[in-house]
Each structure stands twice: as C-alpha cells, then as structure tokens.
Design a binder for this molecule. Structure first.
Ligand code: SF4
Length: 550
C-alpha cells in the first residue's frame, strides 16, 4: 500500500485545480480572484478621481480600499498605536488607518533633479514629510489622505512620474542598474528596454490581472538583484552574436526563497520587451491562482523546471526558439555603488547611504539643491535603499559629500550604515509584528560605537537586514545577518518584540539562503549586543579570504 508520504508530489498537487487559466480553470478560487473578476482593478482610478477624493475615506468600499487601490500604488497604512502582538488577531478593517501609504514607481530608478524636487514637495505638502527609498526603486510616502491624491497625481504626471501598478497583482516597477549609461564596465545601456516596457505595457488591462505581483530586473551589470526577481535580464557577451542579456526566471523571496533559474537563452536588447511580455503572459495564463501563497511565478517554475518553462515560452508565446547563450558573470559581492567612482566620461558618480532608506521631503529638496550646486541633473535609486548622484565633476565631489552628510546621506559611511536595510515595519505596515526603521537607526549607531574598531578589518560590509514579519520585503534570506521580526520569549519569560536570526545568506557568488538558527532568537533590546558577539567571533575565527557566509 502506498502511504501519503510516498505519493509523488505532483499527484498530491493535482487533487485540486490550481486556478490556471490555461487549463480553463477560471472560477475565482479565493477572495482576491473574486474581486478582480467582479471589476477590473484599473477601473478604480476613475472612482478615486470622481468619487472617493471628493466624498472622503468613508465612501470607499472594502474591495476597493483593501483591494483595487493597490493597482494605483495605494495601501491603507496601519492604525497608529496597535501593538505588534495583536496583528494576527485583528480583522483588516481594525488595522486600517484613514491614511494611505503611496508608492511612486521609478522604473530603472532614474530621476532628474526636477522630478526629485516634485517628489520632495509632495512629501512636504501631503505626506507629513515622510519619504522612504525602497529596495525596489520606489519612493514610498505615508500619511496620504484620499482627498489629496488627485493633486499628487497631477504633480507627478506633470514630470513623467506616476503610481500606476506600483502595487497589486500586476507588473511592478522594473529595477535597473543605478549606473546605467555611465559605468565604465557597461557594454549596453538597458534603459531603452525599461522605458519601452513602461510606456507600452504598464497599465495595459490585459496584463493587470496576474495571479500575483510580477517583479522585473533589467540591467547590464548584475547590480539590480537579478537572482530574486520573477524575470531578470543580465548583461553578457555572446561569443557569436555580441552583447545581449542572459534570461533568468522565477526568483523571489517572501516566506519561501527561490533564486531565478537561467533558461540558457540569450536575448538581444531589442528583443527584451518581447520576451518580457511573453513571460508576463505565460505567468498570467499558467500561474497558480488558487492559493495566494503559491501564486508567484517561482512556484510554477519550480514545478516545471527551466527546460519546460523555456519550451512553453517559445512555443506558446514567442512562436520561435530563443538563441542559446552563456551565463552572465556573477559579482563576488553586492554592488551598491556607495562612495566615489569614476564614470566612463571622466566625471564621477557618488553613492550615498541613508540609513535603511529613510529620508524626508526636506532632505530630498536638500539633495536637489546639492545636485544643482554640483552641476548634476541625474539621480539614481538602487536596489539597496541607496541613492547615487551622477555626472559630478572632480572639483564638486568633496563639496557634494560635505553638503549631503547633514541631510542624512553619507558618501563615506561606516560598514554598518552602508549595509543595513529595513522594511517598513510596525510604524506603518498592517502585517508587521515588530518595529524596523527606527530599530535600524538605533542599531547602526550602536554598532558604530561597539564595532567601529573592526571597520578596517572587514573586507566587505556585513549586511544586516531587518524585517517586521515573516515576509521578506527587506530580503532577510540573502543578508549576512537576516532578522525576521516576531514576538519572542525573553530570558525572564516575558513576551517581547524580537527577531528570528538567519545567518550567512548572500547574492552574487555568495548566492545562498541564510540558515535559520532556531536557537538564535534575539530580543530587540539586545540586538546590538548580539550582532557584536556574532561579528567579533567571525572576525576572530575566519581564515584568509573567508567571507561571512562561508
Ligand atoms: Fe510589512 Fe512584513 Fe513587508 Fe515588513 S516584511 S514591510 S512588516 S509585510
């Protein structure tokens, strides 16, 4: 007799339909699929402009408020003062504040000084001066009132920015290289592909009901986290066809981490949008829609493998085979572009580290002033919550560094400031269990004090990522020290905010998911002491050339 555990996995999975449209499984199988089927999510834009902004928060029905408004980059933010221990026990409406988090999508992470000034003014005028640089090339505001949304959109659209599909089950902001067009090692600038996709496919109703979100990274250099996106194009030179991109599919972290698989295909720049579109359609049609926690492309790719994924992509969506191609080079470590680096035209790019991406409207306006004084019109956001000023002449570098530091942007940061990231956390996120942003600020200050004497001994900064819940918005699985927020029992037997520790994760050559060490749960109040202990032991015990992950 065959026991349950002996049954092949596929047999167990086919017991229920996964909600794959390609198999004719159109019946909505969960509440999200129901509201998407009842009314197309993009239709909410007209209602925001014509009704909700005029009639106020209370006029917004639940399926728009907690559902379709995400397609416009709007999430309700967490009601202030609710303890993290209560997150799982309260209904969504009990956690809702009457204000929104708003995400502005900045595809490719590229901003002009004029756009930056508009972003700064929106923060000051409508968002209580909040502004976070996210790890997905977005600027995120809080405290947005529905009445102000039309004016915010008007200001954004006047300078070519928007919030369309910045959240929701659709194609999210495309990550690009922060140094596209200026880095000496870049062979092709991928920006035209990113711009084409944004102009032609974002907001297309045909692509606006995906099983869940779809994240993209298109960059010559491997500096836009290609391993953990649904689709990535990474620069590589084909021995016969020249420069193009290595296609990788099915990465993603969340509660279960997968790294993107190479399909073994090489794609020239002009075909990147076509292959991207084909993959989005494959995900739309074949992706699993029954369970939300299996509705990412990575689960389909896990089940199919690289060969079948490529075969379906070519046969059903492209109608032609892709060219085989070599693997893109992998970097030894994270490339964050912090510090002063030479551009290919002889000027400089200068990368700055705000702590965990947090800044303000006033600080962003100060950055625009500093850029103007330095003669720069171009700013880039990175996949590591950092900011890079381009086109800085030699004689303007030091004044720029001096001006930016008091604004919270350090161009010569300590390793602790440089490599600490944090998600939104308890302050504003309805799913959060513990605080993260302020904790990151406190932790950086504490580690600079406790571990400053080791700065010169670290070949590369030790990445510390803080998450407010089991999701992975700050990518805990690929940090040297990943901290997953939860309520823990401390030494005195009290329930306190703390973190489950994951150690030794990384991207690039160090590509590995950090190990979850069950015994390593640390109270938030003891975080500095814990990190000091771990890092001191690593420095004392490592052998030559051994990284933290080793
Ligand atoms: Fe919110 Fe959790 Fe994401 Fe942090 S990791 S922003 S707490 S959902």
């Amino acid at each position: 007799m065959t026991t349950t555990s002996e049954r092949p996995r596929a047999t167990q999975r086919t017991a229920k339909p996964e909600g794959q449209w390609a198999k004719g499984e159109f019946d909505p199988l969960n509440p999200n699929e129901v509201f998407k089927a009842e009314d197309a999510p993009l239709n909410v834009r007209a209602r925001i402009l014509e009704q909700y902004a005029r009639e106020g928060f209370d006029s917004i029905p639940g399926t728009d408020l907690r559902g379709r408004m995400r397609w416009m980059g709007l999430y309700t933010q967490r009601k202030q003062g609710i303890d993290g221990g209560k997150t799982a026990t309260l209904a969504p409406e009990e956690l809702d504040d009457e204000y929104f988090m708003m995400r502005v999508r900045i595809d490719g992470g590229q901003l002009s000084r004029e756009q930056l000034r508009v972003l700064a003014s929106i923060s000051t005028d409508f968002a209580r001066s909040t502004a976070d640089i996210t790890d997905r090339n977005n600027i995120q505001y809080h405290w947005i009132a529905i009445e102000d949304v039309p004016e915010i959109w008007r200001r954004l659209e006047a300078v070519g920015l928007d919030t369309l599909e910045a959240c929701g089950d659709c194609t999210r902001t495309t990550l690009g290289s922060p140094v596209a067009s200026v880095h000496p090692d870049e062979v092709i600038d991928a920006t035209p592909a990113i711009e084409f996709i944004k102009a032609n496919y974002v907001g297309d109703p045909d692509l606006a009901n995906l099983p869940r979100k779809f994240k993209s990274s298109i960059a010559w250099l491997p500096d836009a986290a290609p391993e953990i996106n649904d689709i990535s194009f990474v620069g590589v030179v084909h021995p016969d066809h020249g420069p193009g991109f290595d296609l990788q599919i099915g990465g993603g972290l969340s509660t279960k981490a997968f790294f993107a698989l190479r399909l073994g295909a090489w794609v020239p720049l002009e075909e990147v949008p076509e292959v991207w579109l084909a993959t989005v359609k494959l995900f739309r049609d074949h992706g699993y829609r029954r369970l939300r926690n299996r509705a990412r492309l990575k689960y389909l790719v896990e089940d199919w493998g690289a060969d079948k994924t490529r075969e379906v992509l070519e046969r059903e969506y492209l109608g032609r085979p892709l060219l085989d191609g070599p693997a893109a080079p992998t970097p030894k470590h994270t490339i964050d572009h912090v510090g002063v680096h030479r551009q290919k035209d002889g000027r400089n790019l200068v990368g700055f580290a705000p702590i965990a991406g947090r800044t303000s409207g006033a600080a962003l306006a100060g950055v625009a002033d500093a850029m103007e004084a330095a003669g720069s019109d171009r700013l880039r956001l990175t996949a590591y919550q950092k900011l890079v000023v381009l086109d800085v002449p030699d004689d303007a570098v030091e004044p720029l560094l001096e001006t930016m530091r008091p604004l919270g942007f350090d161009g010569r940061p300590s390793p602790w400031r440089r490599a600490t990231m944090a998600c939104t956390g308890l302050e504003f996120c309805k799913l959060a269990i513990v605080e993260t942003k302020q904790r990151a600020h406190d932790l950086v200050a504490e580690l600079e004090e406790r571990l400053g004497h080791l700065d010169d001994q670290l070949e590369h900064p030790i990445a510390i990522h803080l998450n407010g819940c089991p999701n992975s918005c700050a990518r805990i699985q690929v940090a040297d020290i990943g901290l997953k927020g939860q309520i823990i029992t401390d030494a005195a037997g009290e329930q306190v905010p703390g973190y489950q520790v994951h150690l030794g994760g990384g991207l690039g050559e160090d590509l590995v998911v950090g190990r979850k060490l069950r015994a390593h749960k640390v109270a938030a109040s003891e975080l500095g002491e814990y990190v000091e202990r771990v890092v001191t032991r690593y420095v004392a015990a490592r052998e030559s050339g051994e990284s933290f992950g080793d």
